[in-house]
Design a protein around this ligand. Structure first.
Ligand SMILES: N[C@@H]1[C@@H](O)[C@H](O)[C@@H](COP(=O)(O)O)O[C@@H]1O
Length: 244
């Protein structure tokens, strides 16, 4: 495991973007695993800037997102399809047909089968991850099997509450999602885990110190040989001073 300690959110985005841009330059047709939430926004700003400055082109890149809420149309501002379009895809030259997310509206079994098939044919070179306050990655909630592939999830109460800040009310937050499984995430060649806020401290601690348990799904990441954690210095310091 490699740890990059940064001073602020902007530096966190820059550190993650540097790793991704380096990969795209060496492998222009690489496959990126992408995440949503507030954490990767500073990364996407950097990736857009790199395109504008002609440092990089995404023409041959493919992307797979971790998850999507059930029941939200692609043009719903709270859907992850919408998030990706508005925060990254529309500003860069990635081809729309090379950007994949699970369907939120297709019959669930069909959506799962379709996404599994697509993932079977593509190994992810770099998987970007945020982390939930309960240790979820993607929407793999506590209790998930480490062997899981793409599946339908009943969202944890904690997750619904955490994510309700984006919705008008708690009742508007979808109760289900389709997510890549833990096995899909662990199959990526390398993983960048980003953690930028104080409320992620406990979840991050379980990645850094273990134990590996499905009660904290992210704890399995410590077994991945290509894991890089990019996190705020003050959050890391609070977990364990001797890490830095
Ligand atoms: N499914 C996403 C996760 O992939 C993300 O890591 C998490 C944290 O979001 P934030 O970065 O906004 O704290 O939110 C959602 O639940």
């Amino acid at each position: 495991m490699r740890i990059i300690a940064v001073d602020n959110i902007e530096d966190m985005g820059e550190a993650a973007a540097d790793l991704i841009i380096e990969k795209i330059i060496s492998k222009p047709d690489c496959v990126l695993g992408l995440a949503t939430g507030s954490t990767p926004l500073s990364l996407y700003i950097r990736l857009i800037r790199a395109y504008e400055q002609k440092t990089v082109s995404y023409k041959e890149v493919k992307s797979f997102n971790l998850d999507e809420y059930r029941g939200l149309e692609q043009d719903n501002p709270n859907s992850y399809h919408y998030y990706m379009k508005e925060n990254l895809f529309k500003y860069i030259d990635i081809l729309p047909e090379n950007t994949y997310l699970p369907s939120g509206t297709m019959d669930a079994d069909e959506a799962i089968r379709t996404y599994k098939e697509l993932l079977k044919d593509h190994q992810i070179d770099i998987q970007v991850l945020g982390i939930g306050t309960n240790g979820h990655i993607g929407f793999n909630e506590p209790g998930v099997s480490f062997e899981s592939s793409v599946h339908l999830v009943e969202l944890d109460e904690q997750t619904i509450e955490d994510n309700s800040r984006y919705f008008e009310s708690l009742d508007d937050v979808p109760k289900q999602a389709i997510t890549m499984g833990i096995a899909d995430i662990m199959a990526a060649k390398s993983i960048i885990l980003m953690a930028g806020t104080e409320n992620k401290k406990n979840a991050l601690r379980c990645v850094l110190e273990g134990p590996v348990t499905d009660e904290c799904p992210a704890s399995i990441l410590r077994k991945h040989k290509g894991l890089t954690i990019v996190a705020l210095k003050n959050v890391l310091n609070e977990i364990s001073l001797n890490l830095l």
